[in-house]
Design a protein around this ligand. Structure first.
Ligand SMILES: [Zn+2]
Length: 208
């Protein structure tokens, strides 16, 4: 692309770094911003900068949060004996939308993927083990895994099950009404809600 302005070129280059945004879309977005009021653009850039600078991760579950401990972890109305392990914050949002889960979460921050060079130490695995060590098997009655039905999801599930099986805590997984290869966030609310309500012991999920 030949740009008539260096400022325009720079802005387009930055937008084009976003996932799923090509040069043409980036140009369309930048030209759109140029048509907006200066105040609106200011608000936009402030929101992005503030998000990056001020966002926190909950000390307990590692979900994105505005406080040190997120609202779910600090709520007395949640069942702290039921921990749902998920890949990232999108899964927490998807499960919360079903209104079928009243426990708490543990956000791994990704899935084990040797192809992409992501190992257990890149994820919040040790902190899950620590969390269970500290709360003990008296307080936690069940750990339910709600991971994508993909190769990475299954690898992560297998690894974590091995890590956690010495705790005397039942480990379950959401019913795989979710097709293999299905990403959790794209599953509709009713299917996901049903899956989380009818979870099954991890061992049973293997024989299928
Ligand atoms: Zn939390």
């Amino acid at each position: 692309m030949n740009f008539s302005s260096k400022l325009l070129e720079n802005a387009v280059a930055e937008f084009a770094k976003l996932p799923g945004v090509g040069q043409k879309t980036a140009l369309r977005l930048v030209l759109h911003l140029l048509n907006q009021d200066k105040q609106d653009v200011e608000r936009f850039s402030t929101a992005v900068t503030k998000l990056r600078n001020e966002i926190q991760f909950c000390e307990v579950c590692h979900n994105i949060s505005d406080q040190k401990v997120c609202e779910i972890c600090s709520s007395h109305r949640r069942d702290h004996g039921l921990i749902c392990v998920v890949e990232d914050t999108r899964d927490v949002m998807a499960i919360e939308n079903t209104n079928q889960f009243n426990g708490v979460y543990h956000v791994l921050g990704g899935l084990i993927s040797p192809m992409d060079g992501v190992g257990p130490s890149d994820l919040q695995v040790e902190s899950l083990v620590e969390r269970l060590k500290q709360t003990g098997d008296k307080e936690v009655r069940e750990v339910v895994f709600a991971l994508s039905a993909t190769m990475e999801g299954d690898t992560t599930l297998f690894y974590l099950h091995k890590k956690l099986k010495n705790f005397n805590i039942p480990i379950t997984t959401i019913a795989r009404g979710i097709a293999f290869g299905g990403e959790l966030e794209y599953v509709d609310e009713i299917t996901l809600g049903r899956s989380i309500a009818t979870r099954i012991p991890y061992e049973n999920s293997l024989s299928k």
